[in-house]
Design a protein around this ligand. Structure first.
Ligand code: FAD
Ligand code: N01
Length: 541
């Protein structure tokens, strides 16, 4: 195990991103240390062990592409893999490439300081260890820091409480229990049917209904696995050049340019396909024009009405306050049907807001509810939460979270001006969460790796985004975002799920393929928008 105090690179996080970055840097012969809060690899898939947790990008696509051998030897069992299977996969990758030996587990990075005089980063951990590194790579995840549970008096409740993102490893048995669950985003939508199947009573507290599509999950047939394996290389290339990191036929017309019957037939085909993007990507303007969007939204609402027997409950579950796709849609297995069960109750917090937690349960503006256990599926301080939780000090001691007080600013979502040799994998203002994230992670890791190779070949000690490039990128990201409906919704993409967080669209909607081209062009042009400094520095290797 590496425990050097002076290394070429420190990586923070041992999820899909951190592990691949370690693999790449090791290939270059760089001495590298990874710090991970959890006691094993996996990131998202290590922490989110709630019942029903699974991926909603297909397994054959939501997987590393860097090793054709790995790709051929791993056998996925389901179309949409469940959390234990993905965790087994990531663990297998760690074993296969012997990655764990460079990861220090159960260790949180609490602060990092850039030293102007040496051009190196000092990294401090909660175990008291301090490491000095030339490159600092944040693989801390877009959805790794849960949002504080902003319900007054939540500590008063005397029974057990669980957050979906910190689920006990041994699981929770809800048999015979009265369960109160807050939150109907993806985590709620996935866990509600499974918890309902165990609990004596389940009461779901919904503030904003989700648009959820039937996943049509199923075991994979050996023949389809073989077919994919035969053409994996071509498939991966299509992923890389696609809009969302998932190849779909490119839309060519407006939803409003066709008849209602034609449109609904297309939506129905998308519905039958059961993927996140099959309805969204059907027309050019679904995410850009409110009237076009409403045709898809209404199609989904009609499906909700078909799935829920009680029309009042169906209406409560039907999203109307934001366009389809502007909060992340969900894929579900039996979600809406769960509300047909007599022991499952739905509380509409828009009508009767949550007032506080009590010793025995939850109180709304209307009444008290008593529970044996509470489940919070209340989401994350997304995109910036994990980065802002660390004291990251750049040039002149400037704190990253202070620089970002009005919202995150980056160059390409990869680098930040004033923070030399700091890289952020799937950082704010990159496609990240608007894509199949494994594709975006691999792209960033490979770009960072190529960049480090070039820096070393050219004897360059530091690379730093210029403020001008950062400003231009921020302007571009905002401009493209404003061409869509995303900013019209209150969502975690906009930071509006966390009280006090600046409201800003934090991802880049320009498309995975186009974004990759731009990053590559910038590198090919000698790292346009970056300042490269050649001073001679002491090196670890
Ligand atoms: P993470 O997996 O979040 O890993 C980051 C790691 O960094 C964590 O282990 C964390 O403990 C560690 N860390 C953070 N801060 C520190 C610190 N200061 N010190 C030490 N360690 C630290 N994406 C998709 O594309 N498709 C999906 O279907 C999908 N499903 C998802 C389901 C759930 C329940 C969630 C929460 C997210 C899902 N995502 C999905 C997004 C998912 O986060 C990414 O796909 C991917 O797993 C992110 O990998 P990562 O390595 O970048 O980050
Ligand atoms: O979190 P969310 P999540 N009082 O923020 C409600 C990925 N993911 O963990 O919308 C009452 O989406 C909140 O209400 P509102 C995926 O990217 C993927 O479910 O703020 N309610 C909302 O209903 C996803 O988008 C999968 O009005 C409160 C819910 O809690 C992201 O992670 C599975 C509240 C939070 O929903 C986050 O998903 C899981 C309060 N005080 C996660 N605070 C897949 O399927 C919050 N809420 C792949």
């Amino acid at each position: 195990m590496t425990n050097d105090r002076t290394v070429d690179a420190v990586i923070v996080g041992a999820g899909i991103a951190g592990l691949y970055q370690l693999y790449r840097l090791r290939e270059l012969g760089l001495s590298t240390r990874v710090f991970e809060t959890g006691d094993d690899v996996g990131g998202t898939w290590y922490w989110n062990r709630y019942p029903g947790a699974r991926c909603d990008v297909e397994s054959l696509s939501y997987s590393y592409s860097f090793s054709p051998e790995l790709e051929q030897e791993w056998e996925w069992t389901e179309r949409y893999p469940a959390q234990p299977e993905i965790l087994r996969y990531v663990s297998h990758v760690a074993d296969r490439f012997d990655l764990r030996k460079d990861v220090t587990f159960r260790t949180r990075v609490v602060s990092t300081v850039y030293d102007d005089s040496t051009g190196r980063w000092r990294v401090d951990t909660d175990s008291g260890e301090t490491v000095d590194a030339q490159y600092l790579i944040m693989a801390t995840g877009c959805l790794s820091r849960s949002k504080d549970i902003d319900i007054p008096g939540r500590e008063r409740f005397q029974g057990p409480t669980y957050h979906t993102a910190h689920w006990p490893h041994e699981g929770v048995d809800f048999t015979g229990m009265r369960v109160g669950l807050v939150g109907t985003g993806s985590s709620g939508v996935q866990s509600i049917p499974i918890i309902a199947a165990q609990a004596a009573e389940l009461t779901v507290f919904q503030r904003t209904p989700a648009y959820s599509l039937a996943a049509r999950n199923r075991p994979l047939e050996p023949s389809e696995i073989d077919a994919m394996k035969a053409e994996y290389r071509q498939w991966r290339e299509k992923q890389r050049t696609s809009g969302f990191g998932v190849p779909v036929p490119e839309a060519t017309e407006s939803a409003l340019a066709v008849s209602e019957a034609e449109r609904n037939a297309k939506y129905e085909a998308g519905w039958q396909e059961g993927t996140l993007v099959s309805i969204l990507a059907g027309y050019t303007d679904t995410l850009a024009d409110a009237a076009a969007n409403d045709t898809a939204a209404e199609f989904v609402r009609q499906k909700i009405r078909e799935r829920v027997t009680d029309p009042d409950i169906a209406e409560t579950l039907s999203p109307r306050s934001y366009p389809f796709g502007t909060k992340r849609p969900c894929l579900d297995t039996g979600y809406y049907e769960t509300f047909n069960e007599p022991h499952v109750h739905l509380v509409d917090l828009r009508k009767t807001p949550l007032a506080e937690a009590t010793e025995r349960g939850l109180r709304t503006s209307e009444r008290d509810y008593e529970f044996d256990v509470l489940v919070f599926a209340t989401g994350f301080d997304a995109m910036t939460g994990a980065l802002n939780a660390i004291d990251i000090r750049g040039r002149g001691g400037v704190l990253l979270r202070e620089k970002w007080a009005e919202g995150p600013r980056t160059y390409l979502g990869l680098a930040v001006s004033g923070f030399p040799n700091l890289f952020t994998i799937t950082g704010p203002s990159s496609p990240s969460v608007l894509s199949n994230m494994v594709v975006s992670i691999e792209q960033h890791v490979e770009w960072i790796t190529d960049c480090i190779v070039e820096l070393r070949e050219r004897g360059i000690a530091t690379i730093e985004a210029t403020t001008e490039a950062e400003d231009e990128w921020a302007e571009h990201v905002e401009e493209v975002g404003n061409m869509t409906l995303y900013p019209t919704a209150d969502s975690w993409y906009m930071g509006s799920n966390v009280p006090g967080k600046p409201r800003m669209f934090m991802a880049y909607i320009g498309g995975v393929g186009a974004y990759r081209e731009r990053c590559d062009a910038i590198a090919a042009n000698g790292y346009e928008g970056f300042r490269l400094e050649e001073r001679v520095l002491s090196s670890a290797s």
